[in-house]
Design a protein around this ligand. Structure first.
Ligand code: SAM
Length: 452
């Protein structure tokens, strides 16, 4: 499909002599890259590194990720390389040794949320929000696989965050955009592009950006990104942010071989990734420091925690057969008995957030008590909360794929009882071994549906 004429004219104007190289790059296949989860088994033989992310590598081609058990175990996240730069920018501007409160306002499917989680310590929290319900479920799936318990996932419109003014050290707005930077990967983005769509996206971005700065605490950072090139959605919006708020532009340090372009409009500074210069897709990022103090003591609102109960002490014994004892965790259960855990140092923050953000999921799900025993949740298998010596059922690749397809797997010789199912040391889920068979507890909705 030929590039839209108005897009060609826009890019010729933007890139001048570079345009031919840019158009040529759009004819090439998009590079494939993955970013490893530092919390999981990350042994690999990949060599081609993404220059701005120490955990990320390029692959030679695009494998069928569904047929790799590590993919389902959250060992890595498939993410286009340019957008991984968010973690580098955050690292340059914030001290990740401190306890931080981070908000990813437009988060699904979770690429940037997982990248930020890999930077945060256990006393820090990520609020990962997605307004569209179906996409919120995908976000929850990806974050569950990533395995953190210091995460609060929400399904709200940005305006629902009013009440959390001055609360966050970092607010990321990875805005819905016209997607020019994805044309070679996504034919639909090109079909849907038009100058009118750009205007429409810009107006929507400004609606989100009229809320986001107030949520950042004084001296905290607002990060704005898109996967597009045009000035209307990028530098004009950054310039507008500076004119309408007490924000200061932040300069990033760029290595020369990254070939990321700095762009300016008066005081505004942004960074643009072009596919003829970087090994990645089109991307834009700008970072701004909040100079104003919006924090006010929040009004006491009823929190959804009012419906949760602390797990009674007598149930903790059953839980600690599965969950490490050396972590300082709080355990809460819903009216239906579903148990969740998160770092105890974050409980008051979780309670505070849940007063404003009712549509949310907290921490890592642990399971449900039936009789006197815990039936473990899949999220627990994906997390780092499991006691290290829990019985394991190590499968080979074919067995692992069968397990992920929710088919029975032969388990001759294994002791009866709960097992953490693993493939090359990566946890895949839970199985309960009975006399002659095993019950497969892999979540039905996430099972592999293709032929294996
Ligand atoms: N940050 C994500 C990642 O790295 O995986 C990608 C985010 S995508 C560029 C933008 C997201 O914004 C989409 O998930 C979309 O559903 C959401 N969105 C759409 N309209 C929105 C709105 N009015 N306010 C907030 N988010 C919106």
């Amino acid at each position: 499909m030929p590039l839209p004429a108005a897009f060609v004219a826009q890019m010729q104007d933007l890139l001048q002599d570079d345009y031919a190289d840019f158009e040529n790059a759009l004819q090439q296949a998009a590079p494939v890259s993955i970013r490893y989860n530092p919390r999981k088994n990350t042994s690999h033989s990949l060599e081609k590194k993404v220059l701005w992310n120490p955990q990320a590598y390029y692959l030679e081609g695009r494998p069928v990720f569904t047929l790799d058990p590590h993919f389902h175990a959250g060992v890595y996240y498939v993410q286009e390389a340019s957008s991984m730069f968010v973690a580098e920018a955050a690292n340059q501007l914030l001290d990740f040794d401190r306890p931080l409160k981070v908000l990813d306002l437009c988060a699904a499917p979770g690429g940037k949320s997982t990248a930020l989680l890999s930077l945060l310590n256990e006393e820090s929290i990520l609020v990962s929000n997605e307004v569209i319900k179906s996409r919120y479920h995908i976000l929850r799936e990806n974050l569950t696989k990533w395995g953190n318990s210091n995460v609060f996932v929400t399904n709200h419109d940005p305006k629902d965050f009013e009440g959390l003014e001055g609360f966050f050290d970092l607010v990321l707005v990875d805005a819905p955009c016209s997607g020019e930077g994805l044309f070679r990967k996504d034919a639909r983005a090109m079909q849907e592009w038009s100058p009118e769509a750009v205007q429409h996206c810009s107006a929507r971005q400004r609606r989100i950006l009229s809320i986001a700065p107030k949520l950042v605490k004084k001296d905290g950072i607002l990060m704005y990104c898109t996967c597009t090139y045009n000035t209307t959605e990028n530098m004009d919006n950054v310039h507008w942010l500076l004119e309408t708020n007490d924000l200061a532009p932040e300069q990033l340090i760029l290595a020369e071989d990254w070939k990321i372009r700095e762009v300016r409009k008066e005081k505004a500074v942004g960074y643009q990734f072009f596919p003829h210069l970087v090994k990645g897709e089109g991307f834009f990022i700008a970072c701004l420091k909040q100079k104003e103090d919006f924090f006010h003591t929040p009004k006491k609102k009823k929190s959804t925690f009012a419906h949760l109960q602390k797990v009674p002490k007598k149930q903790l014994e059953a839980i600690h057969l599965f969950v490490r004892k050396d972590l300082s965790l709080d355990f809460f259960q819903t009216e239906k008995g579903r148990i969740f855990a998160f770092p105890a140092s974050l409980t008051s923050t979780f309670i505070h957030l849940s007063a404003s953000l009712k549509k949310s999921a907290y921490g890592a799900e642990i399971g449900i008590i039936k009789g006197k025993s815990l039936v473990p949740a899949h999220a627990l298998a994906m997390s780092h909360l499991i006691t290290p010596d829990f019985p394991k059922l190590a499968l080979d690749k074919q067995q692992a794929l069968q397990f992920l397809k929710k088919l029975p797997v032969e388990v001759d010789g294994s002791k009866e009882g709960w097992h953490l199912v693993t493939y090359e040391n990566s946890a895949l889920g839970w199985a309960k071994v009975l006399k002659r068979r095993m019950n497969n507890y892999y979540p039905k909705e996430w099972r592999i549906r293709m032929e294996i």
